[in-house]
Design a protein around this ligand. Structure first.
Ligand code: FEO
Length: 391
């Protein structure tokens, strides 16, 4: 384990998952995933969340080592998605006198997931309610839709720790943190926009509650414990959840049937770089990680979508990408288009219609049409578009 003691009386008992191929069955996690769990030892003992059923055995070993023969009084269930709730039933059966502390919304989910009526063993807490463990007093704050309706976060008033559920989470196992040389923000951003991104307003509500607390450490359910420079992390969450661009720059997302649209997209990137110092990032959305493309779309203030016409519409992978953006409520950005077509180009118009349906999207003209292949005329058109994008 990367951590042992987080603060006096607070231990890390979570696990890494290096075997998982896709988190939530869809997200690539080349450095694995951590399912964090913590133990608060006081006159009463509380476990902060369980872990995915894939790792129950390892977690129970960590838990028993930390308990050193003692018996836990409470399991604090902040979130019941199976990456955290997957070992709840097992641990409730192992410690039959232990209570599970959860939000009202979690109660119905207990029944749905576990098909067991835990009855009075479920101790429901409300907004702002406290639970004394002795010296440590836990205070609960509801955080609906960050990232499910039943989510709550927990503030340890003595240790000044915010247990933030999925908030401030990050892809990557803790044992692989040193291999992640891109820093916290890269994989935390990919995690945020793909998993929590739809619920910016709810994240804003949570940040407002957090602002009233004296927080020394943030303990999320995925990724590292955050102990220093908390303003940096909170500032990024504020930017992301307001749907404001984090960086000035142009993200070019492209797909290509035979390489011609790709050639136009990469030529546009070169022209922008020749003409300006504006940061340019590109993604072949059929070959690169689509979820990283979603991340980059939100990261920068400008985006260019480049796709060929296909069956009278848009090449399907680009339709899929646009749908991802729609679901995650992409907004407040400038967007341009490059289309391709041999007999009836239509992808530009279709992409424009799809993007214009999103909130506060400014279209940058002109739409560049590649007529089958990149020619001198195409390059002249791309130069005009580059000037408009650079602004
Ligand atoms: Fe980490 Fe929403 O579960």
């Amino acid at each position: 384990m990367k951590y042992d003691t987080i603060a006096p009386g607070v231990k890390y008992i979570g696990v890494d998952d290096l075997d998982i191929d896709l988190f939530e069955g869809q997200y690539e996690v080349p450095l694995g995933m951590s399912y964090n769990s913590y133990l608060i030892e006081d006159e009463k003992i509380a476990i902060m969340d369980s872990v995915d059923a894939r790792k129950t055995d390892e977690w129970v070993k960590n838990l028993e080592a930390a308990l050193n023969g003692k018996t836990p009084d409470y399991l604090i269930v902040q979130h019941l998605e199976p990456d955290h709730g997957g070992s709840v039933k097992f641990i409730m059966e192992k410690y039959p006198n232990m209570k599970a502390v959860c939000s009202q919304k979690a109660v119905a989910m207990f029944k749905r997931f576990f098909d067991v009526d835990f009855g009075a063993r479920l101790q429901v807490v409300k907004e702002g309610e406290t639970l004394s463990l002795g010296e440590h007093t836990l205070q609960f704050f509801m955080a609906p839709m960050v990232h499910w309706p039943e989510v709550m976060v927990t503030y340890d008033q003595k240790a000044k720790i915010l247990f933030a559920a999925d908030g401030f989470g990050k892809f990557g196992a803790l044992s692989k943190e040193e291999e992640d040389d891109e820093g916290w923000a890269c994989e935390a951003r990919r995690y945020y926009f793909n998993i929590v991104g739809k619920y910016g307003a709810m994240v804003q509500n949570l940040l407002k509650k957090a602002a009233t607390l004296d927080i020394q450490q943030i303990c999320p359910l995925h990724g590292p414990v955050l102990s220093e420079d908390l303003g940096y992390y909170i500032g990024l969450y504020d930017t992301w959840s307001k749907y404001e661009p984090e960086n000035e720059g142009i993200f070019i997302a492209y797909c290509s049937l035979h390489g011609n649209t790709a050639q136009a997209a990469l030529k546009l990137a070169d022209i922008i770089k020749e003409k300006s110092d504006v940061k340019v990032s590109t993604s072949d959305i059929a070959r690169d990680d689509l979820h990283e493309a979603v991340e980059d779309a939100f990261r920068y203030d400008r985006m260019v979508l480049c796709a060929p016409t296909y069956d009278g519409g848009i090449m399907p992978i680009m339709e899929d990408f646009i749908n991802h953006l729609r679901i995650k409520t992409y907004q407040n950005r400038k967007v341009a288009f490059v289309e391709n077509g041999t007999w009836a180009p239509a992808s530009g118009k279709k992409m424009r219609e799809a993007m214009e349906a999103m909130k506060n999207i400014t279209i940058i003209e002109p739409i560049v049409t590649v007529e089958s292949t990149v020619k001198a005329k195409t390059i002249e058109d791309l130069k005009v578009l580059a000037d408009a994008l650079i602004g």
